[in-house]
Write a protein that binds this ligand. Sequence first.
Ligand SMILES: *Cc1c(COP(=O)(O)O)cnc(C)c1O
Length: 473
Amino acid sequence: MAEEFGAAAQLAARSIAAASGPTTGPRPAALRARLDAVDLRAPLGSTAAALDEATELYLRDAVYFHHPRYAAHLNCPIVLPAIAAEALVTTVNTSMDTWDQSAGATLIEQRLIDWAASLAGLGPDADGVFTSGGTASNLQAMLLARNTATARLVGSLPERLTGLRIYASADSHFSISTSASLLGLGAEAVVSVPVDELHRMDAHALALALEADRAAGFCAMAIVATAGTTDFGAIDPLHDIGALAAQYGAWFHVDAAYGGGLLASPRHRDMLTGIEAAHSVTVDFHKSFFQPIGSSAILVRDRAALALVSHHAEYLNPAAEAGRAPNQVDKSLATTRRFDALKLWVTLRTLGADALGSMFDTVMDLATAAGEIVTAHPELELAAEIQLSTVVFRYVPQVPETGGEPLSNKIRSALYDSGEAMVAATTINQVRYLKLTLLNPQTTINDVTAILEAIVSHGRRLSGERTPMEVSA
Ligand SMILES: *Cc1c(COP(=O)(O)O)cnc(C)c1O
């Protein structure tokens, strides 16, 4: 076993060290051809040979999030203590469903839940559970909200579901509307609340929507505030939204999948003021706590709420024995579940929370500096002020675009093809923008400058413009 881990660790370290860019820019067809050549009926006979093959099929052309020129999606490089813990998680293969499959692992997870809930200020009755990601955490939060609302209504279940409404900003994560579909409400139950120029929910618009819907007979099931939107890192006005949720008897959920990193921030924790009033909070440790995928949690202010999803199975957690042992399955939508909490635990016991929070502060500073460069550049246009660690901007051609593939997409593809950098893209008011998501505290302002320079140079070339030098020549 130690041999397998040693070999894999060395291979991973070699691959990461060998990566000269975040990607080699592979095309699906090229990789598929290699994969198609594999005969699954003819095993190679040794782990070493299978790893060699996996190197060709996967590692050589993998996308490397740790690379300082990777600035695309919400993926972080991971801290070393978490990698060590990951080896234990996988090897011992503890399952978190019941005490008799997990023992100390359950207590460690519980302790981290208590820790995170206290950072969020959720009070003495708080609880929660680790999940696979923010999508799962949001789904569970919406399930708790739905069951809380339906318990108060009368009529058949379909009747009670029909009138429920979820309020979330136009920039909220799509998992909220997926959850609404899964929960039998239909995606149309989600009211898209307009945002202000910083892409934060407009609390006044929310108040108007709540009032109009109440008059029309709808029931405000939940209000979702996003603390760190995926594109702009915008933090909705938590205090105002929490007050409206209380006024309308709605479940107040804070989706802090991204902005949750602020909970540990030495300098910016106050940006989350108001989160303490939430009924539930989503935090993705695999986004802003530098943890390996998956590592997320749903936190709730009232542990009794989690019982809304409890199911007792005679072979696992019999009702007759409820309360005798701490069985995490009682509050989870998953049954068999990884001990992901150990990664965060070993990280905290090695580095401490301040170190994690400081890394998040560092990437926020980097984004601010990047925003200043973009603002100062005559050919670049910033889409909105920097709030967390994303920079949304575009290269503005001298001659306006006339349709066809947007220039931003062409620039992004050129970067991918060359492997020099990876950036993301998004659309605002029908205009395609580029996005840097900066989550690597080892990325320097020189890296960011190089990415921006590459964007400008591809932009000039792809928009058919001559460079200033050519113009003057
Ligand atoms: C990423 C994200 C999610 C989804 O989390 P996953 O871990 O990818 O499932 C939810 N909400 C927000 C705001 C996010 O940025």
